[in-house]
Write a protein that binds this ligand. Structure first.
Ligand code: ADP
Length: 414
């Protein structure tokens, strides 16, 4: 089965094609074709990188039109040096990551006109994402009208939040209008929880000395997705019971360019005293804050950590990131009333040993202890806690595109 996955962001588009044979649920194959589009490198141009089994290819297209770029990507699937399939008709199903499914969708669904309408209606809650997803869905409809399409929602995994976890302490008419916590990064949190349970199960069965069976079957997990966007989830019995992102992906932890949670009265102050417009506030909080705003160096954790020895602002940005991360973990810990494993994923979570070390050191009082060697040896899908640690610490490579492909496979097979 050939599954095309489209993952459209506000300033990037990742796409890949999987060729599955047999029951794929036990392994995650490499895609046979992968494309990444970046609109931020060169204004008015789309920078396209395509990777196939034959090699890597870079292209630049002079356009800002997403549909034109998507058409180019689809052409590259079956033509020229990037060709991976004989014809587009070989594609069996297309899966889309959809950032906002609101309270409507608790699981992945086949895309129908009604689903498209809901994604369009929810664009007011995710203006940078849902319109881009719709463009992708409609472009595929035009080019491959008979191919089924599936929406996999980033909010769906958090549909299990209880009212106390999803309600903001504001007048309840507003909650009824949909102003509540939804949570995001759900595809990644769910995938990592699933992989963590597998890894813990393997730990339990290979360990004769300790009784690890309870956490191997229904572990209490705190998953830390730390990339450009950052969020935590508290997971019990495979279900999300709390999370740091809220009504939008701006809430919670400090991120690359996003502030995370701040006193809402700061916005009132800036509007009243400094006459900020809504657009200026949006840019300030989403694009100019976080690591970038505090360090003045970069939104990229690598550059912030490199600069911090000589640059006090970069040091403050790093310390603040860690302070917020520790507070968030503490909050998830209280919601779970305990924790069996702390899971790190995303570009920072998977690659930054110093972030993991600094986050974990605050929980030494729980007898959580990192194995420093393992932490520094580029761990992947591995437990990096010491054998005596009271809490396991896992580094898991998140595979959102693969998780979307699996959802397509399940829907197609059902
Ligand atoms: P996205 O959230 O857009 O999917 P990623 O999960 O790829 O992004 O994370 C991107 C971030 O990961 C980068 O901005 C960078 O800060 C961080 N990162 C990547 N590699 C490293 C590294 N070796 N050390 C520290 N941070 C890293």
């Amino acid at each position: 089965m050939k599954i095309l996955v489209l993952n459209a962001g506000s300033s990037s588009q990742k796409s890949c094609l999987y060729d599955l044979t047999g029951d794929p649920s036990q392994n995650s194959p490499q895609p046979i074709w992968e494309a990444a589009v970046d609109w931020t490198q060169h204004q008015g141009f789309a920078a396209v990188k395509i990777k196939t089994l034959q090699g890597e290819f870079k292209q630049e297209i002079q356009t800002t039109d997403r549909t034109q770029v998507l058409t180019h990507l689809l052409d590259s699937l079956h033509q020229g040096e990037t060709q991976a399939i004989a014809a587009l008709s070989a594609i069996d199903i297309v899966g889309h990551r959809v950032v906002h499914g609101g309270a409507h969708y608790t699981e992945s669904v086949r895309i129908t006109p009604a689903v498209k309408q809901t994604i369009a209606d929810l664009a007011i809650l995710a203006p940078n994402h849902n319109p881009a997803h719709l463009e992708g869905i409609e472009a595929i409809e035009k080019i491959l009208p008979t191919v089924p399409q599936v929406a996999v929602f980033d909010t769906a995994f958090h549909a299990t939040l209880s009212p106390v976890a999803f309600t903001y302490p504001i007048p309840q008419e507003l909650t009824q209008q949909g102003i509540r916590r939804y949570g995001f990064h759900g595809i990644s949190h769910q995938y990592c929880a699933h992989r963590a349970t597998e890894i813990l199960g393997a730990c339990a069965s290979s360990n004769d000395d300790r009784d690890l069976t309870s956490f191997a079957t229904s572990p209490k997990l705190i998953t830390c997705h730390l990339g450009n966007g950052c969020s935590l989830a508290a997971i019990q019995n495979g279900q999300s019971i709390d999370t740091t992102m809220g009504f939008t992906p701006l809430d919670g932890l400090m991120m690359g360019t996003r502030s995370g949670a701040i006193d809402p009265a700061i916005l009132l102050h800036l509007q009243r005293q400094e006459h900020y417009t809504v657009e200026q506030l949006d840019t300030l909080l989403n694009k100019e804050s976080g690591l970038k705003g505090v360090s003045g160096v970069s939104a990229d954790m690598r550059q912030v950590t490199e600069a911090m020895a000589a640059n006090p602002q970069a040091q403050l940005a790093f310390d603040l990131f860690i302070h917020r991360l520790r507070s968030g973990i503490g909050s998830m810990l209280a919601s779970l009333q305990g924790v069996d494993a702390l899971v790190f994923t995303g570009g920072i979570g998977e690659n930054s040993a110093i972030v993991r070390e600094q986050a974990c050191v605050a929980f030494k009082f729980l007898r959580l202890e990192l194995d420093q060697d393992k932490n520094h040896q580029r761990p992947v899908n591995q437990d990096i806690a010491t054998p005596d640690s009271s809490v396991r610490v896992l580094v898991i490579h998140t595979e959102e595109d693969w998780a979307i492909a699996l959802e397509c496979w399940k829907i197609q097979a059902s």
